[in-house]
Structure formats: C-alpha cells, structure tokens
Design a binder for this molecule. Sequence first.
Ligand SMILES: NC(=O)c1ccc[n+]([C@@H]2O[C@H](COP(=O)([O-])OP(=O)(O)OC[C@H]3O[C@@H](n4cnc5c(N)ncnc54)[C@H](O)[C@@H]3O)[C@@H](O)[C@H]2O)c1
Length: 269
Amino acid sequence: MDLQLADEVAVIVGGARGLGHAIAAAFLAEGTKVAIVDRDAETPAIALDLDRSKASQAAGFIADVTDFTAIQRLAAEIRDRFGRCDHVVFAAAIGSGKFGFPFWKLDPSDWDRVLRVNLIGAANVAHAFAPGMAEARAGTMLFIASVAGQIGSQTDPPYSASKAGVINFAQCAAKDLAPFGVRVNSLCPGMVKTALNRSVFESWAARQPEEGRPAYEDWAAEKIRILVPLGRWQSPEDIAAMAVFLASRKAENITGQTINVDGGYVMHS
Ligand SMILES: NC(=O)c1ccc[n+]([C@@H]2O[C@H](COP(=O)([O-])OP(=O)(O)OC[C@H]3O[C@@H](n4cnc5c(N)ncnc54)[C@H](O)[C@@H]3O)[C@@H](O)[C@H]2O)c1
C-alpha cells in the first residue's frame, strides 16, 4: 500500500529506543524524513544508524521533554533543517519504578516525575509544534498512550493516570486542530517487549520472595493468557504499522480516536 508519506517529515519524540525507534524505522521505510528527539545521549548516532540510505533522511536531537524551552527551540531547528514538519509522534514515557496493588504502597512523591514526563512532556511537545502545523493547515499528531490509561490499572497508578491524561488531552487537541486540517489521535499498545515493559516486571518482582519468583517471560505469558483474547504479545512493528497508517491520507477521516493495538485487551461496547 502506498501511504504517500515520501518526502514528508515526521518528528518522533522518544524515538531512540523501543516503540518510538520502531516507528522511526517504519516512517523511514515509507521514504519519510525523520527527526528523532530523545533525552538519550546516543540519539544522533541512533538516527544515523537508522538512516540506511545515508542520504540525510534522519537526524537525532537530544532533549528532555520536560524542558519546554529546549523542545520549542528544537521545533524551530527541525523546521529550519527539513523545511517542514508534517507529523509528530510522542512516544516518550517512564514508569514510577514502583508497583501498586494498592496505590498507597507508592509515595505521593512518586507521582511528580511520571506526570512531568508523560503528561506535561506531551503538552510541551504539542505546544511547541501545533502553531506551525495550524499555520501549514495540514499534518498529524499521535500520542502513544496505553491500555493502562483506560482501565484504572493498579499496576503503576501514576503511569496509568498520566496515560488517561494524555488520551483526554489528545481529544482536546483533536477538536482544537480539526478546523486547521490537523488530525490528532492516541495509540494504545498492549504488551510489547521493551525496557519499559520489563521494568514493570522488575518493580513487581522486587516485592516477591526470591524463591518461586517466575522469570520475566513466564510472568508476561501468564498475564497475556489471562488478559489478552488473542493470546499474543504485540510487536514494535504492530505499533509502528498503525502509527504510520494514522499519519497517512488513508486515515484522513480519523481524528480524536483512542486506537488500541492490544490483541483485544480493551474492548468498548
Ligand atoms: N512496551 C509496552 O508494553 C507498552 C505498553 C503500553 C504503552 N506503551 C507506551 O509506548 C511508548 C514507548 O514505550 P517503550 O515501551 O518503547 O519504552 P522505552 O523505555 O523502551 O522507550 C522510551 C523512550 O523514551 C525516551 N524518554 C524517556 N523519558 C524521556 C524524556 N524525559 N525526554 C525525552 N525522551 C525520554 C527514552 O530515552 C526512550 O528512548 C510509551 O508512551 C509507553 O508508555 C508501551
């Protein structure tokens, strides 16, 4: 399917690792130019490595999403460098590193950094890029949220609440940007093997007696067996395929939606 994304420009925030990295690779495979923004010091090298054509299709920029001034400066720099900015994907996130069940096992101070990265970071990115997209009267924004943001997940309450906030803000942004022809959606992965997913297991494991504690793979397999109707992991490529589709004109009537790529974990009536 030709998604007609060649020569457009996508900014992938949180694109150095995990799902953001897979999304960056998927855009590059469509011929889209890609700017990766991440706090990871290796981001410029990671972007170069992804750019298999070696034709300056990708560039990496180091910034922390909690720093609005830095993100705003980067938005201008990326426009100068590539001449346009058509698509923005926000894939950066952290967990609290603690395990709930119940939520008061965490400390109120555990909430601050998670909300600042996952929710305020998303708002910072939207504030920095929306004016240019509105002016261009075209483009898409995609927020990578989570099934956890829709189900009152007890696993990591600050993380779940931040994702619910992201979903809600994406709906608000979709309404505000629709008159300018800019579409905004949320994409919710289910279970994907990444550092973030493993950290949930590690937070849980830290609270279990060592004896009889399952390995990550077994713990996840059981969770998937109980919760996921299709009974399978999602792959980074599953998430990336949806991200690229949502950016394309094939999805021109899709905005303000919360799209689950989760093997059927969350179903709405
Ligand atoms: N992996 C899963 O099972 C899963 C499930 C549901 C939702 N998600 C969501 O998918 C997205 C990607 O997660 P992932 O699993 O690939 O995680 P990951 O930890 O592998 O990658 C996250 C990336 O975000 C970057 N990042 C983190 N904090 C940042 C900051 N303050 N500023 C700039 N960059 C920052 C990291 O450096 C990293 O490159 C996240 O929004 C996550 O909540 C993942």
